[in-house]
Design a protein around this ligand. Structure first.
Ligand SMILES: Nc1nc2c(c(=O)[nH]1)N[C@H]1C(S)=C(S)[C@@H](COP(=O)(O)OP(=O)(O)OC[C@H]3O[C@@H](n4cnc5c(=O)[nH]c(N)nc54)[C@H](O)[C@@H]3O)O[C@H]1N2
Ligand SMILES: Nc1nc2c(c(=O)[nH]1)N[C@H]1C(S)=C(S)[C@@H](COP(=O)(O)OP(=O)(O)OC[C@H]3O[C@@H](n4cnc5c(=O)[nH]c(N)nc54)[C@H](O)[C@@H]3O)O[C@H]1N2
Ligand code: SF4
Ligand SMILES: [Mo]
Length: 724
């Protein structure tokens, strides 16, 4: 029996895993208790991850579309066919006619992410779309404006915190991770609470976390900015502030806007009583050590940037940044800010149809359908979709699906053929983390303390299958585009290494991501490569204390200070303060989301839920408050129509006291089909895609993130005439 130590590649918690295998088959996955960093976390998704490896529907060979079905092909044919089609499109219509969408799991697959970025650079396209635009882009916009670099992400000093203000996050289910992670973070928060710390959860639903909190605040969706602005005003009004003003620019602007805001209006907007906000502000400001954290519950709404900005401003004015028990910039295995800029370079590119500036090097997924369907120079005619399922996980899936069907050449890299891939011309096998030996220095740089670990493959790739990075490298070379740093003359060198690798049968002899990882890790100067190679359980300890102050040294703003009141944010704030209240007559409720322990967005259903009955697996429930049910004439368990300005669907109503009035909750990730491209049979159909209700034009104006949380809906008992 073989034992391999690796890092789970499913979510950002990056748990160390111990994998037992025999005859190239995984027998068991357990937590790696000797992992110096992350042995404490582990969940069912990681425990059952290996079931994907041998899943009957897994794609292990390139599959070519012929008419309405797929046939097995070879990498040679795939690369030559895709290469020539892409080149023909580029020659005729320019590089931007080839686009990309990169999904969440690509962030945990460094080789694929790196070589995909190099492929896109080599062909020179700016038509890049990524999952950040339905997830974290609000944070990137805030960081770029406040700190001068979109990749600044602050980590939490949990074990020393006396007052936690957690807004729009449910770490008991999701893990304490979002552009950074805290190993075993939620349990450590609860341990602090047991030791006397206060824990405040701000969430419109009484979540698993809210029910364990010292205090649960339940605002209306998309109004956290108003709650936090009211806190900031009270803190300034009462002189509870303690800002490190030497590091801040624009403090007076923030103060004057906050002080002129009307507390009663803010309290009405978020529907939280003023005295509650007063106590919250006072306690937060006066706590010895505190942190405010905002996550996807706020970033995925129309005011995500405003809310995340004000959360950071709250931390700054009460001196919680770069302080014990607060939030801080963690210096890691490499210089994340420089690496982020290199891999996802800033660009002034604006989207062709809507004219929006991109965020962190990519356009918003919400704009992809228009870019495919609107004719003109730069229209996207070919697309490479790597590890994403945006028809289910993004907004207005129906519109995106229709647009994807129009592509001249659509290439998907995934382990499975899902809803977003049904129009693919080519399905290229996605590798699995249990098959990869790699280091992911970008992800590891998002650790709360320096960490480095090479994951070791537990099993080999299926016979004849190649790594995603091999496919991307060989495709670029086949297209005769400069693969490495724009230098065409390096292509023959890369080619020679590939030849050598084929001859020796050792993939690492070919130009591989590991070559560059080594350079990146070396440039960070934190760990020695030879030590990393030796350390089976990883290097670095979660208990290493941070050296506070790094953020203020890393600022790349023009004046070297934190811009605490960027003009564009202030302008949007003023607009929101003067906005008329939303019309609630047609769509009285706001739809928000929830995640399941056994699911990772729209996937991992095929592993963590194996053995469960289909009906237990599928989503398709809408939860509303009992009083709203009475008002709308809905009874528990009945089938209802849920409609928004964008679309409608059918779901089963669940009346609950855990949801605040005015809110409806539906899980995302459902409504997908998983196909079997080899046989075309046994399509699994799971529940309802609630994201078809979400508009792809009604966006946060600052981040262009859609209202995955906050879309206005109506729920009625009439069910006729619906295409569910
Ligand atoms: N309503 C609502 N919608 C949401 C959210 C929400 O909270 N509410 N959350 C949003 C968030 S936070 C995110 S991150 C997005 C996710 O959006 P996406 O990343 O676009 O989609 P996923 O549903 O994560 O699907 C990921 C795909 O990657 C494939 N995959 C997994 N591992 C690998 C691999 O190693 N290689 C390859 N090539 N493929 C792989 C899976 O099979 C799956 O098809 O969804 C967003 N959508
Ligand atoms: N089991 C599991 N774990 C996961 C994932 C998964 O799909 N399943 N996804 C992973 C990914 S990609 C990500 S990005 C992270 C996300 O991790 P988190 O950001 O913690 O995401 P959620 O658990 O969805 O928590 C968001 C909370 O915000 C609340 N909310 C919705 N709207 C609002 C609002 O307007 N204001 C406030 N204050 N709250 C609101 C929701 O009710 C929900 O409880 O989780 C990761 N971990
Ligand atoms: S999916 Fe589970 S085991 Fe894997 S990293 Fe996330 S929390 Fe850890
Ligand atoms: Mo995410």
């Amino acid at each position: 029996m073989k034992t391999s130590y690796t890092v789970c590649g499913i979510c950002e918690q990056a748990c160390g895993l111990k994998v037992s295998s025999e005859n190239n088959q995984v027998l068991k996955i357990e937590p790696d208790k000797e992992n110096t960093f992350s042995w404490r976390d582990y969940c069912i998704k990681g425990a059952k991850a290996h079931l994907a490896l041998t899943h009957p529907k897994r794609i292990t060979k390139p599959m070519k579309r012929v008419g309405d079905h797929y046939v097995e092909s070879s990498y040679e044919e795939a690369i030559s066919n895709i290469g020539s089609r892409f080149n023909a499109i580029i020659d005729k219509h320019g590089a931007n006619a080839v686009g990309s969408y990169t999904g969440n799991p690509n962030g945990f697959n460094f080789g694929s992410a790196l070589f995909q970025a190099m492929f896109l650079d080599a062909i020179g396209t700016e038509s890049r779309f990524w999952v950040g635009s339905v997830d974290q882009n609000a944070l990137h916009v805030v960081s770029e404006n406040l700190y001068g670099n979109p990749w600044v992400s602050l980590q939490a000093d949990i074990d020393y915190c006396d007052y936690f203000l957690l807004i729009g996050t449910n770490p008991q289910i999701s893990g304490m991770c979002w552009i950074g992670y805290s190993p075993d973070g939620w349990k450590r928060v609860l341990a602090r609470k047991d030791a006397g710390a206060e824990l405040v959860i701000v969430d419109p639903r009484t979540t698993e976390c809210a029910s364990k909190a010292s205090q649960h605040i339940s605002p209306l969706p998309e109004t956290d900015w108003a709650l936090v602005l009211a806190m900031i005003k009270l803190i300034f009004d009462n002189n509870w502030d303690n800002a490190p003003s030497q590091h801040l620019h624009g403090l007076a602007t923030l103060k004057s806007h906050a002080q002129s805001a009307d507390l009663n209006a803010l309290s009405q907007l978020c529907d939280i009583p003023l005295d509650t906000i007063y106590r919250l502000a006072e306690k937060f400001a006066k706590a010895p050590r505190a942190m405010a954290i905002g996550r996807t519950g706020v970033s995925q709404g129309r005011n995500g940037v405003l809310a995340l900005w004000l959360v950071q401003a709250l931390n700054l004015i009460t001196n919680r940044v770069e302080q014990e028990g607060g939030v801080y910039y963690a210096v890691g295995v490499l210089d994340l800010l420089a690496a982020g800029d290199k891999l996802f370079p800033k660009s002034d590119a604006v989207s062709r149809v809507r004219g929006n500036k991109n965020v962190a090097g990519s356009h918003s997924l919400a704009e992809l359908p228009d870019e495919i369907t609107t004719s003109g120079e730069g229209q996207i005619r070919a697309l490479i979709m790597n590890s994403g399922n945006p028809v289910v996980s993004g907004p207005d899936g129906d519109k995106l699906d229709a647009a994807l069907s129009q592509l001249e050449c659509f290439v998907v890299i995934d382990q499975f053929q899902r809803e977003s891939h049904r129009h693919a011309d080519w399905l290229i096998p996605g590798d699995h983390f249990l098959e990869r030996s790699e280091i992911n220095p970008l992800l590891q740089a998002l650790s709360p303390a320096p960490r480095a670990q090479i994951s070791r493959a537990a099993v080999e790739l299926p016979e004849g299958m190649r790594y995603e990075w091999e496919f991307l490298r060989d495709l670029t070379i086949n297209m005769n585009k400069p693969f490495v740093m724009g230098k065409q003359w390096l292509n023959p060198v890369v080619k020679a290494t590939v030849k050598l690798a084929n001859w020796t049968g050792n993939k690492s002899h070919g130009f591989s991501p590991m070559w560059l990882s080594r350079v990146l890790v070396k440039s960070g100067g934190m760990f020695k490569w030879k030590d990393i190679i030796k350390a089976e359980h990883g290097l670095g300890s979660v208990d290493t204390r941070p050296q506070f102050g790094a953020l203020f040294k890393k600022l790349s703003t023009a004046n070297g200070k934190v811009n605490i009141a960027p003009e564009i944010f202030v302008q949007t704030l003023v607009e929101r303060l003067n906005e008329k209240p939303a019309d609630t007559s047609v769509y009285p409720l706001q739809l928000i989301g929830r995640r399941r322990m056994k699911m990772m967005n729209s996937w991992s259903v095929e592993t963590s839920m194996s053995g469960m009955k289909e009906q237990e697996m599928s989503g398709g429930t809408i939860e509303i408050n009992i009083a709203d049910g009475e008002k709308l004439g809905i009874i528990d368990g009945q089938t209802v129509t849920v409609s928004s300005a964008t679309n409608q669907l059918q779901a089963k109503a669940k009346l609950s006291k855990d949801i605040r009035c005015g809110v409806a909750v539906m899980e995302h990730g459902w409504g997908h089909r998983t196909f079997d491209p080899k046989t075309g049979e046994g399509t699994y159909n799971g529940g309802v895609n609630r994201n078809i209700l979400v508009s792809n034009t009604d966006l946060d104006p600052l981040s262009r993130v859609p209202r995955l949380n906050g879309t206005r809906v109506n729920v009625t008992s009439a069910v006729s005439g619906i295409n569910a």
